[in-house]
Design a protein around this ligand. Structure first.
Ligand code: GLN
Length: 295
């Protein structure tokens, strides 16, 4: 059998198993197993030996059984970073890239306004003192993207899950990013007292407990702890916002990813916690997805 035939066959199999985007997934699994890039695969369409066929079949069976593609191939691209993922860690989503882009814009615009106010501005010293905190970091995708964008900043990131911290640390090594520290513990727990940050980011668990069972089967393979936001899905926004002010410098920003329909409630919590300039940004599907607020 040739490579393109096995892609077609695998795609049919996945489609029957109810996998959305069956052809895309089949192609990615076959290319991964064969160690080929798409162009060379389509140009050469090589003969596939028996051991490769059985390897491909094993991967296709896992995908047909509902395991997320990203767990099987073990990686996902996030804003140009190569992020390793696997069972026990949330898979980064494109919506979270939006949070990072908004946070980067805010940091840059603040830096330029600060520098334009100073007559003797020294961007280097200003940058060197910048520090960011990412809560519920999971694979580390937010923290690593910020650390890469601002190599002079110090990024601290926490997660309650040892697995997450293991992946995040591995991802920092894999991407050669050194200005980030991943600490295990709940929310602000591992952050030394009296340290304050220019920016806090978080993509916390935000799904209502009662909605977890009805999620797509792939999402149900992700850690419930990374998804479950309590009865109304807002537990972590409340917990984080009750303390965030004391970990932020004056005029520091907090950025949250939001679940569907949560922007008003989270804006209200942020307002009650004393935050101002509360703004919501929509994602590409028109859903309120990112909330930013200033101390
Ligand atoms: N983005 C995930 C989903 O849509 C949820 C992640 C989270 O709870 N922060 O299922």
């Amino acid at each position: 059998m040739r490579l393109l035939d096995i892609i077609k066959k695998s795609s049919g199999h996945l489609e029957k198993a109810g996998v959305e985007d069956a052809l895309v997934d089949a192609e990615l699994l076959v290319l991964y197993a064969a160690g080929r890039d798409r162009l060379s695969a389509y140009m050469d369409n090589p003969e596939v030996d028996r051991s490769l066929v059985s390897r491909i079949n094993r991967l296709v069976r896992r995908r047909a059984g509902g395991e997320p593609l990203q767990y099987i191939i073990g990686r996902v691209e996030f804003l140009g970073l190569d992020i390793r993922v696997g069972k026990g860690v949330l898979i980064p989503r494109p919506e979270t890239e939006l949070l990072v882009e908004e946070a980067i814009k805010a940091v840059k615009s603040k830096a330029s306004s600060v520098n334009s106010l100073k007559i003797d501005s020294s961007p280097v010293t200003h940058h060197a003192s910048r520090s960011f905190l990412d809560l519920c970091t999971g694979s580390g995708c937010i923290a690593l993207s910020l650390a890469k964008e601002f190599p002079d900043a110090q990024v601290c990131a926490t997660d309650v899950s040892a697995k997450a911290i293991k992946y995040a640390t591995e991802n920092s090594e894999l991407n050669g990013i050194k200005n980030v520290a991943f600490l295990r513990g709940s929310l602000f727990g591992p952050v030394p007292e009296h340290v304050s940050f220019d920016l806090i980011t978080a993509n916390p668990p935000y799904i209502k407990s009662a909605d977890i069972a009805g999620l797509q089967r792939e999402v149900r393979r992700e850690p419930a702890k990374a998804l479950n936001g309590g009865k109304d899905g807002l537990d972590f926004y409340r917990k984080i916002l009750s303390k965030a002010g004391s970990y932020l410098k004056e005029s520091g920003w907090i950025f949250f990813e939001l679940g569907f329909g949560q922007s008003e409630a989270v804006s209200a919590i942020a307002g009650r916690a004393g935050f101002r300039n509360i703004t919501v940004v929509k994602d590409f599907a028109g859903i309120d997805r990112v909330l930013k607020a200033e101390k």
